[in-house]
Design a protein around this ligand. Structure first.
Ligand SMILES: NC(=O)c1ccc[n+]([C@@H]2O[C@H](COP(=O)([O-])OP(=O)(O)OC[C@H]3O[C@@H](n4cnc5c(N)ncnc54)[C@H](OP(=O)(O)O)[C@@H]3O)[C@@H](O)[C@H]2O)c1
Length: 345
């Protein structure tokens, strides 16, 4: 029997549950433990909380230290951290996992390209990786692929890049409830604007990180990077999604834009539009230059399913990586790894 990679899942929210299920169902992975601090989850069986049949007797634990101590003589290969978008909040968890002998993958958006917003924490994480001889990578579909790594790859055959424009036009109706909430689905315009200004809802997190990853990788010398305040998209008729009802005149979701400029010229534009029943839905990269490239994925990529795909496919990659902090542009070209086992690395 080929050997699976062993994984600990930290964070059992909406994404964490789907990640745990996907790990259990994937032959090249083995789920060793699940940790979540939510007191309502403690001691519950995964099989009672995950939709559909799963083959697991695991229960949710709330004490990471105890879990790490239980595995101290035989640690798992990788810890997946899906607890928060804020880098400062995930660093202590990452540190514990590195010290316990595991590589770390995280969905934390601020970890996707942390060098400009959080230079000190980035340095600290890299030092922790070097000291423990383990590696750390922030990944996901966005940030992590669609609006950063993909345009970076697509620039490879271009002799001269003039401008880059990436657009996600996402139909958010089929996305998880937490996502619909964070883009303001069903709110009044006034409540939306208040919630955005107070931080009660965040909108999309990671647009600036995506832009910085592109600008830095292509050495574009950006002098001004800015994320404009998200604008609500208002319903002209009633819309019902599996998680929310949007009355006419209420907020369907939002449009966010980030720009990167040099000498007053906009070189990179990222448009993230996510709202209920958006039509058409698509993901698009336009690079103007010599030659120009226009790539469009009709229907768009389903963010929740694809986030899990990114994470699981990167497990063999992060295990194989040299110690330290990585971003998606630093690793070998990512690809599906479901048929790669521990003994094939
Ligand atoms: N990069 C990407 O493409 C991408 C895509 C999707 C999601 N994400 C990000 O991934 C993260 C997870 O998403 P989600 O929808 O599953 O979030 P969620 O529903 O809020 O779940 C997070 C879970 O982690 C728990 N938690 C918080 N701090 C913890 C800690 N220190 N140790 C253990 N558990 C902890 C939370 O418990 P409490 O509720 O008690 O705090 C909650 O149960 C979010 O930050 C999301 O923005 C990124």
């Amino acid at each position: 029997m080929p050997k699976p990679f062993r994984v600990i899942q930290i964070g059992f929210g909406t994404l964490g549950r789907s990640i745990a299920k996907a790990i259990i169902q994937r032959e090249n992975l083995q789920l060793d433990a699940v940790v979540d601090v939510n007191p309502e989850l403690k001691g519950k069986r995964l099989s009672d909380l995950i939709e559909g049949e799963i083959d697991s007797t695991l229960t949710i634990r709330d004490d990471l230290q105890q879990v790490l101590s239980d595995f101290k003589d035989n640690p798992a290969d990788v810890a997946i951290v899906s607890t928060s978008s804020a880098l400062a909040k995930v660093v202590p968890t990452i540190s514990d996992c590195l010290n316990a002998g595991m590589d770390v993958l995280s969905l934390c958006e601020e970890l996707s390209f942390p060098y400009e917003k959080n230079p000190e924490l980035s340095k600290k994480l890299d030092e922790m990786g070097q000291k423990t001889k383990k590696s750390i990578l922030g990944t996901g579909i966005n940030p992590g692929f669609l609006m950063d790594l993909l345009p970076i790859f697509l620039s490879a055959p271009i002799q001269h890049v003039e401008t880059i424009h990436v657009t996600r036009n996402m139909n958010s109706s089929s996305r998880r409830a937490a996502f619909q909430k964070k883009i303001g689905t069903g709110m009044t315009k006034q409540d939306f604007e208040h919630a955005i200004s107070t931080g009660a809802i965040t909108g999309h997190v990671g647009l600036v990180e995506s832009l910085q990853m592109i600008g830095d990788t292509l050495n574009m010398g950006l002098e001004h990077v800015e994320e404009l305040p998200p604008e609500p998209v208002i319903a002209d008729k009633k819309i019902v999604t599996p998680f929310a009802t949007v009355e006419k005149g209420m907020v369907r979701g939002l449009k966010s834009r980030a720009i990167g400029q040099k000498a007053g010229k906009t070189l990179i534009t990222l448009d993230f539009n996510a709202y209920a029943d958006a039509d058409p839905a698509y993901d698009e990269v336009r690079i103007d230059g010599h030659p120009s490239i226009h790539q469009r994925m009709e229907g768009g990529v389903h963010g929740d399913h694809a986030t899990i795909g990114m994470l699981l496919n990167l497990i063999p990659v992060i295990i194989d990586a040299k110690p330290g902090l990585y971003t998606m542009r630093d690793i070998p070209a990512p690809h599906n790894t479901e048929r790669i086992f521990k003994d094939s690395v």
